[in-house]
Design a protein around this ligand. Structure first.
Ligand SMILES: [Zn+2]
Length: 308
């Protein structure tokens, strides 16, 4: 088994987890740097010890009475609440994003700024629910606020008619953060998704300019297809395109995880799901219409990630 090296040290402030790095007053909280070096990534599942050693007694005391709580036994049947990571764009600038995410009902655990010297803002404790996903569904899971960590990225989205590119340092910051969370909570690649993936009828973030392919190829984060398998499916279906009916496409999309009704028609709900799938996996063209390349990518992804 690969040796895992974990160093947690208290040092000068680096980048994550603390928003007050420009406060020079004397009473500044000692910043904490967390360095987790677990070597080569293996899909983000490298935390070897999900149930750290617990032991000992503590007392709970209140107006009713007191009880002793003992932690010498640990249940094996447990998992983290944080099972998904959901990425968003804010569709407004930094100041508006901070205001909306802190003063209104909508919230997210983290906000990645579009200003290079900013820290990543940590707005809601990871153990609590943030309200970023709304009505949402992926495979058998609904209402993903309950089971996800939400990351908002300052980016205007398509608020001005066309999508706005992300900045390189934003993507790097997102990569560091997603890897940190995926390692910490053992979140698989298949549960690292965009808001539009889990709410395709009403959302389009993080949109077609979010570089999922780059995150996968550079950092092994999230899902991507193998090109040779895509080409094999293109060859297979180019001569059998008449077999690719709406229900066949809908069934493959549903198998991948999208919420979609099997209607055997190219209806609006199906076009919306195809469009968000194209945003994520075929961003060169996202018209919501199935074509050979889109279908081949979908088949290659299901083969790779849903082959049980
Ligand atoms: Zn969103």
């Amino acid at each position: 088994m690969k040796k895992v090296l974990m160093i947690i040290s208290i040092l000068a402030f680096a980048s994550l987890l603390n928003a007050n790095n420009n406060d020079s007053s004397k009473d500044v909280k000692k910043p904490v740097e967390i360095i987790i070096n677990n070597g080569a990534s293996n899909n983000g599942n490298s935390n070897p010890n999900p149930n750290p050693v617990r032991s000992g007694n503590q007392t709970i005391r209140n107006s009713i009475g007191n009880i002793t709580i003992n932690s010498d036994y640990t249940s094996e049947g447990q998992n983290y609440r944080q099972r998904f990571i959901i990425l968003h764009y804010t569709a407004i600038g930094k100041e508006g994003s901070l205001k909306t995410l802190t003063k209104e009902e909508v919230s997210a655990h983290y906000l990645v700024s579009d200003e290079k010297n900013d820290p990543v803002y940590y707005l809601v404790d990871e153990s609590k629910r943030a309200w970023h996903a709304g009505a949402s569904e992926w495979k058998t899971t609904k209402n993903l606020n309950d089971s996800s960590v939400g990351i908002e990225i300052v980016n205007d989205g398509d608020a001005h008619g066309s999508f706005v590119p992300y900045k390189n340092f934003q993507i790097k910051n997102v990569a560091v953060l997603v890897k940190y969370l995926a390692d910490k909570y053992q979140i698989p690649a298949t549960n690292i998704l965009g808001h539009e993936d889990i709410a395709p009828q009403r959302k389009s973030d993080p949109g077609p300019l979010f570089p999922w392919q780059e995150l996968y190829q550079k950092y092994n984060i999230g899902m991507w297809y193998d090109n040779d398998r895509k080409q094999a499916y293109e060859a297979q279906y180019s001569s059998a395109w008449n077999t690719v009916t709406p229900s066949v496409v809908q069934t493959e999309l549903k198998k991948f995880g999208y919420a979609i009704d099997i209607t055997n028609g190219w209806d609006k709900q199906t076009q919306n799901v195809i469009k968000v799938f194209q945003h994520h996996f075929r961003p060169s063209k996202y018209d919501g219409k199935i074509d050979l390349e889109t279908f081949a990518i979908l088949k290659a992804l299901n083969e790779k990630y849903n082959n049980k």
